[in-house]
Write a protein that binds this ligand. Structure first.
Ligand code: DGL
Length: 282
């Protein structure tokens, strides 16, 4: 029988803190991208029970409309919260966060950590003043990104490029499927070919899938270009918000998939490498 988590009001604007030690941290992405956030979180909270959710039925998010993401993500998170009773949700996806973070927070009574492009640290790192940003098509057109640019990089040149092929490449890589190396050169070229692009010395990996391709992208951009992502910062935020809480696993960490296209079997070794031993379907 499923234990009912005990709840207590933290007092913070209707946010409910689940104090049950077995209550998991739920990480959510369209696919394998959120594993890059999970890896950083494990370093800080190795004992935390985890439910990792990949909304593979709707992958890729980056090719969807704002309306599709804005209606799907909060509703799906609502179902997941009902089912898994997490103590905290992390939207480990830039596309979903830049579009639906506010709506998800509005709809759910628990702490929700979002993932937004690491423009602030990139602005602090660049020497040339020219920053590249690689994301999905949906992410790079968001007002959320315009606002980050205005707030943190107003005196810099921020060049954006959509690289949906990298999402596919990361999904393929984790399944052990072949990846066409041309996609990395094309992503680098998509930034460099823009006016001022030759001066880029920092690239924001503004999609959680992309750090899975760090080595390939490093080779494509060459030395002298730093690749920055937000995963470590998100992990720190999760650790901060769960400070002082007890963690106790009462079952193996679980990966949940909303859709299956016949390739899940090939993903199992990679998932096990991230400590996800159990698979469920929603
Ligand atoms: N991992 C997601 C992100 O951070 C997007 C991948 C997709 O297009 O579904 O934006």
């Amino acid at each position: 029988m499923k234990k009912k988590p005990s709840l207590d009001k933290s007092g913070a604007q209707g946010v409910v803190t689940i104090t049950e030690p077995s209550a998991p941290i739920l990480l959510f992405d369209s696919g394998v991208g959120g594993l890059t956030v999970l890896a950083e979180m494990r370093k800080l909270l190795p004992q935390a029970p985890v439910v990792y959710v990949a909304d593979t039925a709707a992958l890729p998010y980056g090719e969807k409309t704002e309306r599709q993401i804005a209606t799907r993500v909060p509703a799906l998170l609502g179902r997941l919260v009902e089912r898994y009773r997490p103590r905290l949700v992390t939207i480990a996806c830039n596309t979903a966060s830049t579009i639906a973070l506010a709506a998800a927070r509005e709809a759910l009574e628990l702490p929700i950590v979002g993932t937004v492009p690491a423009i602030k640290p990139a602005a602090a790192t660049t020497q040339t003043g020219v920053i590249g940003l690689l994301g999905t098509a949906a992410t790079i057109r968001q007002a959320y990104v315009d606002n980050l640019e205005r707030e943190f990089a107003a005196d810099k040149l921020l060049l954006r490029h959509a690289a949906p092929a990298l999402v596919q490449a990361a999904e393929a890589k984790l399944r052990g499927d072949p990846v066409d190396p041309a996609v990395f050169a094309a992503a680098a070229e998509g930034l460099r070919a823009q006016p001022g692009g030759e001066k880029i010395d920092v690239v924001v990996l503004a999609c959680t899938h992309f750090p899975l391709l760090r080595e390939e992208l490093r080779a494509a951009f060459g030395p002298g270009v730093a690749l920055i992502d937000g995963a470590a910062g998100i992990a720190r935020r999760i650790a901060f918000l769960t400070q002082g809480q007890r963690f106790e696993r009462d079952r193996p960490d679980t990966a949940v998939f909303t859709g299956e296209n016949g390739t899940l079997e090939r993903l199992l070794p990679a998932l096990a490498g991230y400590g996800l031993e159990r698979i469920e379907h929603l």
